[in-house]
Each structure stands twice: as C-alpha cells, then as structure tokens.
Design a protein around this ligand. Structure first.
Ligand code: NAP
Length: 473
C-alpha cells in the first residue's frame, strides 16, 4: 500500500487496503480525478506513455506504464482523447475482464459514426465499458462538486460494472444517474456540446422583437420628425426608444408564455382527446415557456430601470422648466385634471402590481423554490397568478395609451403607436383564456384532461380513426 494513501478502517476498527483505481492519461482530467479519488480514500495508479516524465501528479499516486497500471486495478478510467484510443487495442489482454470508464467528449456533434464508448468497447471487447463522468469538468472535480454540477450520468450494458462506477461517483460526493445501456452514450457525449438549447428560440424571439420594435419606433418618432418637421431628436434613441422597445418585448414575450397553453387547450377540444400528440412546433414552444418568461422578466426589469431615470433626464427637466416658465410668463395656471390624476395613478399602480407578480413568477420558477411547492401550488402560481400578471400588464399598457388610438395625429405615416402593436398578442391570449374558463368549455377541457375521449376518436386497434396514427399512451 502506498504510504501516502488514506488507510480505511471498518466498523470493527480493522485497517483494510483501499481500493485501487487506475487512470490512463495524466492530463487535466486524469489529474483532477486522481486527486479527488485520493481524497476520498482510494489508491490511484496512473498509466502513462512516459511514466518518468509525468509531473504535477497528485501526491500519493503512482505512475507506471499502461500495462503495469492496468494490472493493479479492476476499474480503469480512460482519461485520453478518443483520437488516441488506438493504443488500447494492444492492451486488450491486460484489460480483459476490467471495467473501462469512458470519460471522453468530442469537439463537435456527429464527428464519428458511433459513440466513443461503443468504439472503446469494440477496441477492447474483453472489457466492460461504462460511460460516465464526461459531463463533469476537471474544474468541477477539483472544486469537489460544491459549486458545480453534482450529477454524474452513467450508461453501460453491465449492471455490475455500472454499480462499481456508481459507488465511486458517490464516494466522490456526486449523485449518479443511470441513463441506460451503452447505446445512450452518444446522447451523453452530446450533452456537453449543447449551448443553451432551450434558450435558443426565446433568445431569437427576443432579439427579433427588440430589433423590430426599435426600428418601428425609430421610423415613427425620429425619422418622421426629421422628414416632416426637420427636427433632430435622434438623442431619444438612447432612453426613450429603448424604453419603448423593452416593455413591449416584455409584454409580448409574457403572453407568448401563455399562448401555447391556450392553443393546446383548444387543440385538445378539437381532437376530443388528450392522447393525440401536439404538433412538434407546439411541443417545442411549450418546452421553452420558462425561458420565455425569464427573458420577459429581464426586459421588464430594464423597463423599470429606464423608467426610474426619467425624472433626472436633461430633456425632461428642460421640458418641465420651459413649460413652467411659459405658464408664469403668460400668467396662466396649471389646472388640476382629476381624470388625468386617476389615469396616471391607475397606470402606475397596474405597472407596479404587474411587475411585483412578475418577479414572484420568476422566483417560483427557480428550482430551489419550485421544488418546495407541490404541483397544485406550482400551477396556482404559474397559471393563475401568471394570467393575473398578464392582465395587469395589459391594463397598464391600455392606460398608457388611453385615448391616443382615437387621435389621427397618433398615426404617423399610417403607422399606429408601438404600444398598440404590443397589445395584439396579450389580448388574443386573454380572450382565448376567457373562452377556455367559461363553464361549458372548461367542463369539457377538464374531462378531456382527466382522460375522457369523444366517441369515435379511437378505433379498435388503438389508432386514431381520422389519421390512423397510433395514439400516445
Ligand atoms: P489532456 O489534458 O490533453 O490529457 C490527455 C492525456 O492523454 C495526456 O495527458 C496524455 O497522458 C494522454 N495522451 C495524449 N496523447 C496520447 C496518445 N497518443 N496515446 C496515449 N495517450 C495519450 O486532456 P484532458 O482534458 O485531461 O481530457 C482527457 C479526456 O477527458 C478527454 O477524452 C476529454 O474529452 C475528457 N474530459 C475532459 C474534461 C475536462 O474538463 N478536461 C471534462 C470531461 C471529459 P500521458 O502523457 O500520461 O500518456
């Protein structure tokens, strides 16, 4: 036993030899894994092409040739890039009966016809290959998984071999999640290559919407003023136009969170069953509702921040001063308008309440909070409070516009004010929801969601009578 390795004692206090784990490769991953294994009480032996030149290895580990290292351990981690796996076929006899843990990832998807783990299994047919740890970075191993991903995804064809790797993962402080047979390895290898898959659609929507509203407002406000009155008000781009685009994007994206749910309800009513699959686009849309909502909240935050600076803006102070001075000069008084007072107070109040509930929705979507809620509580917050948030934010926008839609001057170059565009999707969603919650429709939707099916929807062979497609279970 290596003098530096941690000696283990059992309940009776007897010392016993720590289990030895072999690691092929003394690179970043191999070194971090070795250190972690040593800290967890394992004995570590490295297999390297150049044992004598291997530096910076964790204290207490041994390093030798691949063949010699493999003899010492039953579990061998292959911390080598797939491109270099070729040398393993010459070690086939040394690795006979061993558990080979494939930790490798690729640089791109679809680079090879088969997964790295299946390739390894083909190179060393006498060994049992388990895919694991590829979703854990060298840094996460070093930091002890405390401020990094703590889940080790595992797959392989042999339950015993998988269990040995699960035991190791657990003793290193990770939770192990069995993802099935070695055929799942390709999927596990793709995971580290994903770049925010669920954020892509919401981000694209946010970027396109922001660009569209910004250029719309730019044309209507700045370019129109320049062309028709020769006035340069381009300085408004920085705050006024930004503060027009952000609330609109926020409101439209919040309604886009709730639109797929309403569409799904109507689709189920139309199909007369909940067992028919939704179209792919609707499925994808439903999956990214949380991301849509969080982005909507981020734009809402920007709107709040931009609104807070309005009173300290040079332009605003200038306008107020000019107006006040003109009143004094003309000896006029600024009459109190009761309707305007009600309108502005209601407008701010709706905005504040809407934003407050919006923040609450954001907080409850955090895994640590949502995990503490039961399904009914979660649905109450995300659905009922969500719709109330949408209603308050829509009312806030209506109050902002007030009677402007009646004034012809608001339609510059026949373009309605941007706030009117922002009301289209929320109004559609609220009307659809209103229809869905009317008692007669709600009764049917609820029955369908509890498993009821309209007669004639399924044929004797369990297929859809209309399309002859199998219905989902
Ligand atoms: P690395 O720093 O480049 O180390 C790879 C090691 O492989 C080298 O140190 C070398 O060790 C050995 N090697 C290089 N060429 C070889 C050859 N021709 N034949 C045999 N052995 C060779 O890479 P790494 O970052 O440690 O990654 C190792 C594996 O872990 C990769 O498959 C990677 O996808 C996976 N992984 C890495 C991370 C990470 O955060 N780094 C995370 C998850 C998975 P010797 O000189 O001792 O032979």
């Amino acid at each position: 036993m290596n003098s530096d390795s941690v000696a283990m004692t059992d309940l009776s206090g007897k010392m016993h030899k720590p289990e030895t784990v072999c690691i092929f490769g003394t690179g970043d991953f191999g070194r971090s894994l070795g250190l972690r294994l040593l800290q967890s009480g394992y004995s570590v032996v490295y297999g390297s092409r150049a044992p004598k030149n291997s530096l910076l290895l964790p204290k207490g580990s041994k390093v030798m040739t691949h063949a010699a290292a493999a003899c010492d351990a039953h579990v061998v981690f292959v911390a080598v890039h797939r491109e270099h796996y070729g040398f393993l076929s010459s070690l086939a006899s040394d690795l006979e009966g061993k558990v080979l843990v494939d930790v490798s990832n690729n640089l791109k998807r679809g680079l090879y016809p088969e997964s790295n783990a299946e390739y390894l299994s083909r190179l060393v047919p006498g060994a049992t290959v388990v895919k694991a740890f590829n979703t854990i970075s060298a840094w996460a191993l070093q930091s002890g998984g405390l401020d990094a991903n703590r889940q080790v995804l595992i797959c392989g064809d042999c339950a015993d071999a998988k269990q040995q790797v699960v035991d190791i993962a657990q003793s290193l402080g990770f939770t192990a999640l069995d993802r099935g047979s070695l055929r799942a390895a390709a999927e596990l290898e793709d995971l580290p290559l994903q770049l925010f898959p669920l954020w892509r659609l919401p981000l694209n929507i946010a970027i396109c919407l922001t660009a569209f509203i910004f250029f719309y407002a730019l044309t209507r406000d700045v370019i129109y003023e320049r062309v028709t009155n020769g006035k340069d008000i381009a300085f408004r781009i920085m705050i006024s136009l930004a503060n027009k685009a952000f609330p609109i994007v926020s409101l439209v994206m919040l309604s886009l969170c709730y639109l797929p749910g309403a569409l799904a309800g109507f689709l189920q009513l139309y199909n007369g069953t909940k067992y028919r699959r939704f179209p792919d686009w609707l499925d994808r849309w439903m999956l990214c509702r949380k991301q849509l909502g969080l982005l909507a909240l981020a734009f809402g935050f920007l709107h709040v921040l931009y609104t807070l600076v309005i009173p300290i803006r040079y332009y605003v102070r200038y306008r107020i001063n000019v107006y006040t001075i003109s009143l004094v000069k003309d000896n006029n008084t600024y009459e109190f308008d009761n309707t305007a007072a009600w309108r502005y107070d209601s407008y701010y109040s709706m905005g504040i309440l809407g934003f407050g509930l919006f923040v609450l929705l954001g907080i409850t979507s955090l895994p640590s909070v949502s995990n503490s809620l039961n399904w009914r509580e979660f649905c109450f917050v995300q659905s009922k409070l969500g719709y109330i948030t949408l209603l308050l934010c829509t009312a806030h926008t209506f109050l902002y516009g007030w009677d402007r839609f009646l004034k012809p001057a608001s339609y510059r170059w026949w373009m309605p004010p941007a706030y009117m565009l922002s009301l289209v999707v929320p109004c559609v969603v609220l009307i659809l929801k209103l229809i869905l919650i009317t008692p007669c429709v709600d009764r049917n939707v609820t029955r369908i969601r509890q498993g009821w099916e309209r007669q004639g929807k399924i044929s004797a062979n369990g297929r859809d009578t209309k399309t002859n497609h199998p219905l989902i279970a």
